[in-house]
Design a protein around this ligand. Sequence first.
Ligand SMILES: Cc1ncc(COP(=O)(O)O)c(C=O)c1O
Length: 385
Amino acid sequence: MPELVHAGGVIDETRERVKLAYGKAIGKRRSEVITPALILDRHAARRNIEKMANRLTDLPAKIRPHIKVHKSPELARMQVEAGAIGISTATVWEAVVMVRSGLDSIFIVNTVDGPDKLATIAVLARDADVMVAVDEAENAARIARAAQAAGSTVGVLIEVDTGMDRAGVDTAEQALELAGKLVQMKGIRLLGVTGYEGHCSLTPEEDLRAQRQHQAMTFLTRTAEDLRTKGYPCPIVSAGGTATWNLTAADPHVTEIQAGSYVVMDNFHGAMVGDFEKALTVATTVISRPHDRVIVDAGNKSLGAPALSTIIGHDNKGIRFDEEHGIFVSRDNEPLRVGDVVELVPGYAPGTVNWYDAYHVVEDDRVVDIWPVIPRGPGHGGLIA
Ligand SMILES: Cc1ncc(COP(=O)(O)O)c(C=O)c1O
């Protein structure tokens, strides 16, 4: 078994480092921060969390929100305090941060392999309920061996490809065959199926999106039923993103949804789902004003899906995003001048957050706290268990 270090130290150090680096902003107005800066409106995020929690009280599914969107233990805790049954993560390192930050029920909604990553999952499963997606037996056997070596049990959900053409089994027969093998393995426990309908998030037309969501959930929930009929355990049926959360959470056969972006929102999701607030922005400074352009200091190294980003309070259209330049059309009688600080709503929140060390947490017009974004990037950052 690979040697593992406890990740708590890395998390504490990161928290201290960002407080030291960005803490001078606390107490300032949001227009006074050093740009580009990631701004989180805490009240708006809380309202989004509460809105989702309230709506779910009338629906059969619970929520296990996807935290790859915000990578923030603070926001994850707010979600759990509001009734989330746990959290979903994309990476093992996100799971490490969340477990070592006190969250105790984690679903890594991805298939995972590699000895260090599997050992890390297995070690985490000593201290928390940890589940991971699987779609083939050999990989599951390696997870099972890692868990046996760590003396833990890892929950597994069979990933079903519900139309996204990503990972997952393609047929109920494959799911049944895989389930037959999984239940023989010591160290893992089969707990159900997962089938995020991500292709629906790429379907802006509402009717077509609903049609695709219906097809996807019909396939997923029938597969779950087939597993139960053959005597396999399937208490969990997990799916659902922000673009389809209401439809998927209303399906009586879905037990939990994985929606994540609703907590901060962005222009990509906002174009499909209008009733959550934009709690995440990027503060940026106008750095040049050629006669037909407004250029800000946030480009494609500061924003996810920059072409979809907008300047709050202005309707300038984005033209192009270089690494450190966001170039917008200047309008007639353009009021924006060099030195003005404006805020952008990002095109895509998860891809924006990942660029930053820290959130400038604001209430009304003032920065009230600095929260780390952890872990950034795809690397492990020393977070091995
Ligand atoms: C597997 C999985 N589940 C859930 C989500 C959450 O989707 P959203 O951020 O649209 O709510 C994602 C997002 O990419 C995902 O990959």
